[in-house]
Write a protein that binds this ligand. Structure first.
Ligand SMILES: Cc1ncc(COP(=O)(O)O)c(C=O)c1O
Length: 402
């Protein structure tokens, strides 16, 4: 950490957002970055390490809306909370997804769910607080929530328990210092959709202890509706519930940077104050594109879901035999998981070997907390042909090692 502290003086925040010593050794994106360099050098490397459909483009209706908007001069300052028409559209979308009725004023627009999570963390947490997470958790969470100075209580899921959310451990971990429980359903990397019973236990505990439930739902619209349970209709939780979402995955808009946070009215006031001094409003033409996405591309999440479901089948068809590796597929989300525990090596070692010998990049889940150290995430995001070749290469790598 010396390189962050020596010489010029920086705030302690810089330490909280920097990779930890542990993560310096286990850089979450190391394998991916090596693979990207090889692709740039012209190597035929297949990238299963990312969480976006890189070969797909944003639907034309959305792109056209942005272009028309720019041409119409919609490139000036805007409402810091997000333009009213977009917040109304987000409120309608939220009602459809969750069953919870909210107003435009309960919604605050951000440059993606990542930006919304950071802002929410800032207005909820401070040094000395505790925030509870289920591990493995999305790799940015440590710095996003840790930046506030809050202590992160991270509770691992276990293979013996089919990687299910450990609700008892979460409830037991609540102390007088706990301010929030942070969950992501469907989960990245595991794909797990939490059940309504699990969410009810968590929601009840949040209400009883008067703490926040922050729910990251960026994948919620691309899962099978029958598998998705959300806590929004559970009684009383609405005062403690904050929902973070975006159009990144559902509408193939990762690079547009558009997302939101939704919660009780005072939350929006604090978020608005923060937005005022943080980004001072988002680009109106991006917000017009988001309105078009919600209005004219409402079927895109289903298309994304179907594509991913099809690729999931291809993986089941072509990714065997796996020897001592266990394939964990929740059936939802954008990924499947390989558990290499029984190989006696770490996920990172496996991934580096696979990249070197077979030119496939996968994501070791080290960056998702220590529970991810033996897990590998495979993105179902490349086209079918590439995915099949990647599966064949993985199988031959396993055979080489046997
Ligand atoms: C669980 C989770 N939350 C948030 C994000 C960030 O999404 P956005 O692109 O909307 O910022 C991602 C991106 O991969 C994610 O997987």
């Amino acid at each position: 950490l010396e390189r962050y502290t020596e010489g010029m003086k920086f705030s302690p925040l810089t330490k909280r957002i920097a990779p930890t010593q542990e993560q310096d050794d286990l850089d979450a994106w190391e394998v991916h970055n090596l693979a990207v360099d090889r692709v740039a050098a012209g190597d035929d490397v297949i990238l299963l390490s990312i969480g976006q459909e890189a070969n797909e483009v944003t639907p034309p209706a959305i792109v056209d809306a942005a272009i028309d908007s720019l041409r119409a001069g919609r490139h000036h300052y805007s409402d810091v909370r997000g333009e009213h028409e977009l917040r109304q559209a987000i409120a309608r979308y939220h009602l459809q997804l969750t069953g919870q009725s909210v107003n435009a004023d309960d919604c605050t627009v951000y440059a993606g769910a990542q930006n919304a999570l950071f802002a929410v963390a800032q207005v909820l947490l401070e040094s000395g607080d505790e925030a509870i997470l289920s591990e493995p958790f999305y790799s940015t969470y440590r710095a996003t929530f840790g930046a506030t100075g809050a202590h992160l209580i991270s509770l691992p899921v276990h293979r013996d328990n089919h990687y299910q959310l450990d609700t008892d451990a979460i409830v037991d971990a609540i102390t007088a210092r706990t301010r929030a429980i942070i969950l992501n359903t469907p989960n990245n990397p595991l794909g797990t959709c939490y059940s309504i019973e699990q969410l009810e236990v968590i929601a009840d505990a949040c209400v009883a202890n008067d703490i926040w439930l922050v729910l990251d739902t960026v994948y919620a619209d691309i899962v099978d509706v029958k598998s998705l349970a959300l806590p929004h209709r559970l009684s009383a939780i609405e005062h403690n519930l904050i929902t973070v979402g975006s159009l990144s995955k559902s509408h193939r808009m990762t690079g547009w940077r558009i997302g939101w946070a939704i919660g009780p009215a005072p939350l929006a006031t604090h978020l608005g104050n923060l937005s005022m001094c943080m980004h001072y409003g988002l680009p109106p033409f991006i917000m017009d594109a988001a309105i078009a996405a919600l209005r004219d591309a409402a079927d895109t999440p289903r298309t994304v879901q179907q594509h991913i479901a099809h690729r999931r089948q291809l993986v089941h068809q072509h990714l065997h035999p796996l020897g001592k590796i266990v394939l964990h597929d929740s059936g939802q989300g954008m990924f499947v998981i390989l558990d290499v525990t029984d190989l006696g090596i770490t996920a990172r070692e496996f991934a580096l070997g696979l990249l070197e010998h077979c030119a496939v990049a996968v994501l070791p889940c080290d960056g998702f907390g220590p529970a991810g150290r033996t897990l590998i995430r495979l993105g179902l995001c490349v086209d079918d042909e590439q995915l099949v070749v990647a599966c064949q290469r993985i199988v031959s790598f396993i055979a080489m090692r046997a």
